[in-house]
Design a protein around this ligand. Structure first.
Ligand SMILES: Cc1ncc(COP(=O)(O)O)c(C=O)c1O
Length: 342
């Protein structure tokens, strides 16, 4: 039996730390091999690999938690598996079968269980599954060979300061195109957001808020999280668009709001011009959990939510407490939401 790693869990940020084992499976001659756990954290591929030339890659992100009862669990990993299958189909990559995908996650988390933060520490084990074209490609076409890998890294809060409200700004650039790849988790979506995120940080903002690429009048999402709003009469409003990544956290919050908190929920197009009338705003995702937004900056204008810059709004707090309560085993989970690792 191993022991928990000697890490100052409460001071972890969102970064990479090499852990003990990772899962690797290769696709060749039209089939995936069995896959293995390995100590080797290096990848060796052709200088002409599809991923290096034409960015043929996609990824996922989920977490392992230690529950109040001391179990190690994951939250809805089957949905990550299905979303990655969607990403693969859109990028002409071979799908890694959903049941084997979840099994790979279980194997990697088990092999790194000493890196899963203790209950109540504020940290979790982030799991990063990803796939890339590994064989040489020079004319523009899909690779013939692929590698699927899963590594883990212990993480703390995605935004510095944890649950303190953040300030985001409306971006002048788009993260997705109409009929493009905004709805899948392609590495290329994130490459094209780097200029904007560096600029946002330089200007003192935590994230970019992207509007719909066709008309720039509707709210889409941020670079790494979906957006949720709460109206003054306590309705949860979530933007709907074909170019938003279908966040598993957001889909779960919608269910929690309607079925546990008894709230009215609207999933619909949200005009940016409506945003000033909302009571609360948050960014949701595996990494962000729910980060409250205190302020949105838009070319000299500011939208300041009534919830302010000190703490989450009351409904955001309820959503946060319920979601994290389910993840950490303090509240009963809906059927199939919790995958017990051990
Ligand atoms: C662009 C984008 N939107 C939303 C999310 C949140 O999705 P999820 O809740 O499935 O982690 C992420 C992170 O995964 C993301 O990168």
């Amino acid at each position: 039996m191993g022991e928990k790693k000697n890490i100052d869990w409460s001071s972890l940020g969102f970064g990479y730390m090499k852990t003990d084992k990772r899962f690797v499976s290769n696709y060749k001659d039209g089939a995936w091999d069995e896959g293995v756990l390995t100590d080797d954290a290096e990848v060796r591929i052709s200088e002409c690999a599809g991923v290096l030339q034409y960015s043929q890659s996609c990824f996922e992100g989920l977490k392992a938690y230690t529950t109040q009862q001391g179990q190690i669990v994951c939250f809805r990993p089957d949905l990550n598996a299905e979303r990655m299958a969607d990403s693969c189909r859109r990028l002409e990559m071979p799908v890694y079968p959903v049941d084997k995908w979840v099994d790979a996650i279980v194997q990697v988390v088990r092999a790194n269980k000493d890196w899963v933060a203790p209950y109540g520490s504020g940290a979790t084990l982030y799991i990063r599954p990803y796939m890339f074209g590994s064989s040489p490609v020079i004319g523009v076409k899909p690779a013939d060979e692929y590698q699927f890998r899963v590594f883990t890294t212990p993480v703390g809060p995605y935004f510095k300061g944890g649950a303190k409200p953040i300030t985001i700004r409306v971006s002048d650039y788009d993260r997705a195109a109409p009929h493009g790849t905004g709805h899948i988790k392609a590495g290329l979506n994130y490459a094209m957001s780097l200029y904007q995120i560096v600029d946002a940080h330089n200007e003192g903002f935590n994230e970019n808020l992207y509007l719909d690429p066709a008309t720039r009048t509707k709210v889409e999402e941020t670079g790494g999280a979906n957006v949720i709003f709460v109206t003054k009469d306590n309705t949860l409003v979530v933007p709907k668009s074909p170019s938003i990544l279908p966040s598993i956290t957001r889909r779960s919050l919608v269910w929690i709001a309607a079925n546990i908190l008894g709230m009215k929920v609207e999933e619909r197009e949200v005009l940016f011009s409506e945003v000033k009338d909302f009571a609360e705003c948050g960014l949701c995702g595996t990494a962000a959990v729910i980060s409250p937004v205190g302020k949105i900056y838009d070319h000299g204008d500011e939208i300041c939510f009534p919830s302010g810059m000190e703490k989450m709004g009351p409904t955001t707090q309820k959503l946060y407490d319920t979601l994290t309560g389910i993840q950490m085993g303090r509240l009963e989970a809906p059927e199939g939401w919790i995958k017990v690792i051990e």
